[in-house]
Design a protein around this ligand. Structure first.
Ligand code: NIG
Ligand code: FE
Length: 393
C-alpha cells in the first residue's frame, strides 16, 4: 500500500462505470483541491481531501491519470528525414508516396533491419513516450506488407508489451499500403490470408481506407474476414471523404481515426454507435491538413478521442500534451474537453477504459504527478514547459 499526500489538485475524477464521455459531459471532469490518494496492489483504492501522512509527497502538484495514446506506428526502422526535405520543398504526402517514398520506404528499411534491432529502435520511442506521461499505447503493424515482415512487426510489439510497464495493445495493419511485388487484388487477398496468424498476436485490425490506398470494398472484405477474430479500428478520411467511417461503423469498429475530412454524413453515421471518433492533430500539423471538426462532433452529442499517430511519415512526435494543446489551439476544444480526449476517451478507443483514463476507485494507479502550480488549462497553454515530476504505471 502507498499513499500520495500533499496533492494540490487531483483532476480527472470520474464515477465508476463511466467508460467514455460524450457531448456536454466531455467538457466536465471531477477535481479535488488539497487531496490525497491511496494505492493498493497498483490500483486506486481511495482518495479524498485534507491532510494525510503518506509515502509519496506530491509537493503541492497536480495528479492526473496518465495519457492513453490509442493510435501509434512506433515500430519502424530508421527514419524518413530525407522525405522531410521533399515535404519542405512542396511535395504532398501523396506525391512522396507515389515516388516510392512514404510507407513503402519504411517497409524496405524494416525488411533490412534484424528483429532485435527493430525492437531496440522502437523501445527508444516507447521510453520517450512513457517519460512524457503515456501509460497505455496502441501500436500498429503495417510497415511489413508481406506475411513474414508483418509477423516480425507483431512479434516486436509483443516483446515491447512484455517488457514495459505501460500497457500495450497491438493492431494488425497489413492493409496500410500495397506490398511490393503484389497487384492490388493479390495484396488484399494476401492480407485476408494473414489474418489468422496475425490474430495470434494482435487485438485489433486496421485498414487505411482512403484515396489511393484501400477502397471501401477492400475494407469490407478484410473486416468481414477478421470478424470474431480482431476488432476493427479504421484509418478513414485523412486524404479524402472515403466512406471509411461508414464501413467502420457497419463492422462495429471500436474507433475510426484521422477524420481530417468529414462531412455531416460521418457525424450522423456515428451517432448511437459504440465507435469512438479519434482525431490525430499531429498529422494535421505535420502534413498541413485540415484539423478534424472535433467541436461539431461534441455538439452533436458524440465523444472525441485524440491520439498522437506517432510515425515516421506524418507525425514524428508522441507527445500527448502537445496533442492536447493542439486540440485546444487548433480545434478549439476546452482544456477539459481536450484532457478527456487524451485520457478517458482515448483509453476507450483502445479498449482499456475499464482500467485507465480517469481517477476512479478500482482503476490502475497509472498517474502523472506534476510540478507545483499546474492545472488542466496551464497544461495546454504552456505546452512546452516541463511539468512532470513522476509517472506511476
Ligand atoms: O496514420 N495514414 C496512414 N498511415 C500513417 C502514416 C504512415 C506513414 O507515412 O508512414 C498515418 O498518418
Ligand atoms: Fe495512423
Amino acid at each position: 500500500m502507498s499513499l500520495i499526500y500533499n496533492i494540490g489538485l487531483l483532476a480527472g475524477i470520474q464515477p465508476e462505470g463511466v467508460l467514455r464521455v460524450e457531448g456536454a459531459a466531455q467538457g466536465e471532469t471531477g477535481m479535488l483541491r488539497n487531496a490525497w490518494l491511496r494505492i493498493e496492489d497498483g490500483r486506486i483504492a481511495d482518495f479524498g481531501t485534507g491532510p494525510r501522512k503518506g509515502d509519496i509527497d506530491a509537493c503541492g502538484g497536480m495528479v492526473i491519470p496518465g495519457f492513453c495514446d490509442s493510435h501509434t506506428h512506433i515500430v519502424y526502422a530508421g527514419s524518413r528525414d530525407g522525405e522531410f526535405l521533399d515535404k519542405i520543398n512542396g511535395l504532398s504526402y501523396e506525391e512522396i508516396a507515389a515516388r516510392g517514398g512514404g510507407i513503402l520506404n519504411s517497409a524496405d528499411l524494416l525488411h533490412q533491419t534484424p528483429e532485435r534491432e527493430l525492437y531496440r529502435q522502437s523501445m527508444v520511442r516507447v521510453k520517450e513516450m512513457m517519460k512524457k506521461g503515456t501509460v497505455a499505447l496502441e501500436i500498429k503493424s503495417g510497415y511489413g506488407l508481406n506475411p513474414e515482415d508483418e509477423l516480425k512487426m507483431l512479434r516486436v510489439i509483443r516483446r515491447i508489451r512484455e517488457t514495459v510497464p505501460a500497457t500495450v495493445k497491438s493492431t494488425f495493419l497489413g492493409a496500410h499500403a500495397i506490398g511490393r511485388g503484389y497487384t492490388h487484388e493479390a495484396y488484399v487477398q494476401a492480407v485476408i490470408d494473414m489474418i489468422p496468424a496475425a490474430a495470434e498476436y494482435a487485438d485489433f485490425v486496421d485498414v487505411f481506407c482512403d484515396e489511393g490506398f484501400f477502397t471501401v470494398d477492400d475494407t469490407d472484405r478484410i473486416l468481414s474476414a477478421a470478424q470474431h477474430l480482431l476488432t476493427p479500428k479504421i484509418h478513414a478520411n485523412e486524404l479524402a471523404v472515403s466512406g471509411g467511417v461508414q464501413v467502420g461503423v457497419k463492422h462495429q469498429a471500436l474507433s475510426v481515426d484521422h477524420l481530417e475530412r468529414t462531412t455531416d454524413a460521418e457525424i450522423e453515421a456515428l451517432k448511437g454507435t459504440w465507435t469512438m471518433p479519434t482525431m490525430l492533430p499531429g498529422s494535421s500539423f505535420f502534413l498541413g491538413l485540415p484539423y478534424g471538426r472535433a467541436k461539431d462532433y461534441i455538439k452533436a452529442g458524440l465523444g472525441v478521442a485524440l491520439a498522437s499517430d506517432y510515425n515516421p511519415g506524418s507525425s514524428p512526435c508522441g507527445d500527448m500534451r502537445f496533442v492536447m494543446a493542439q486540440g485546444c489551439i487548433k480545434m478549439r476544444l476546452t482544456p477539459v474537453e481536450a484532457f478527456n480526449a487524451v485520457t478517458l476517451n482515448s483509453a476507450y478507443a483502445m479498449g482499456v477504459s475499464t482500467e485507465y483514463g480517469s481517477i476512479t476507485r478500482g482503476k490502475r494507479a497509472a498517474l502523472i504527478l506534476t510540478e507545483p502550480g499546474w492545472d488542466l488549462t496551464k497544461l495546454a497553454y504552456q505546452y512546452q514547459t516541463p511539468f512532470i515530476r513522476k509517472v506511476l504505471f
